[in-house]
Design a protein around this ligand. Sequence first.
Ligand code: PMP
Ligand code: GLN
Length: 385
Amino acid sequence: MQTYPQPISSKLPNVGTTIFTVMSRLAAEHNAINLSQGFPDFDCAPELRELFCKYINSGLNQYPPMAGIIGLREAIAEKMQSLYGAVYDPEHEITVTPGATYAIFTAVTAFVSPGDEVILFEPAYDSYAPAVEVNGGKPVYVQLRYPDYSIDWEAVKNAITPKTRMMIINTPNNPTASVFSAEDLRMLESVLRDTNIVVASDEVYEHLIYDGHQHQSVARYPGLAERSFVVNSFGKTYAVTGWKMGYALAPKNLMMEFRKVHQFNAFVSNSPVQYAFADYMKNKDAYLSLAAFYQKKRDFFLQGLNGSRFKPLPSRGTFFQNLAYDAISDERDTDLAVRLTKENGIASIPVSVFYREPPPHKVLRFCFAKSDETLARGAEILRKL
Ligand code: PMP
Ligand code: GLN
């Protein structure tokens, strides 16, 4: 095809290809162990695959309702009540979406107008700022404090202006593997009281939380739940990141605005998958057992790193382990991540890409949602560096 002949005024002039695509591609090219992009290298439960096939073969292959099939919305409502004591009306307050990224984008699009400010915590998951900017909004950043990535609540208060329309939070947090405490959520509730700020709370790692920490959903806190979208992904919970299914919960009047955008974008989410999840969610153990399963993987990986010059940072949640490499190299993390992939056969994610300006600390992120064999081979390579 010929090139488009006119100048293009990009709505996202500073956006390139995501780091996840870049590193996974490089890993494939060099046949490296891929601990970069966050996805399991093991398959999902066979029962879940069978349910998906069952519903495809039952002819449930046409448009489902715009907000999702009611059985799945009811299952989500029941789970939110039993885990967090929060009551959501499946009819009006829950929408099934094609993934969590889409749900966050939709919430931002529904509420952010040109000139509005949106508070993000830095480092920030890479989809948040572009979602704000493409809608004409302005990201305003609050730094998480290295090395424990704790929140400076004074800085949060100072970041709020009359233009602040939204705040996006993420706990358990990607890429830092930190988690918000109950005290953090109480502070957030108090800081936002008397404002009209809407919160998008990315909780895709709700079950991946370790060492006895409890997931602090905004849904637990009435002063936050009333102003929040809780966003979640089936991809993380059920090891099916390629199915791209998620959901959003919010009070009815917020959800009405969300659905106005959703119905003219995707309109609906994949139908047979929804029937499969509605059935499979009855098996509570499938998600309640995840914390123990992934904590074991984290510990196995860390054990393999014993004696290494990498310094593990705390991984309290998500399926990521961050390793500081001050003792190994002065290189920028972006250079080191590429070199380790090409020369040593192991791919990771350089954490600086989640900042506007590279921070002085030197950290690579490794995904431990992998088979023990992969983790053992990965750890062995890292131990020798
Ligand atoms: N939010 C965070 C913090 C994530 O890490 C991810 C993906 N790993 C997503 C959202 C995306 O979820 P989905 O694939 O359902 O869009
Ligand atoms: N969220 C995943 C990660 O952090 C990747 C998702 C994606 O590739 N967009 O690695």
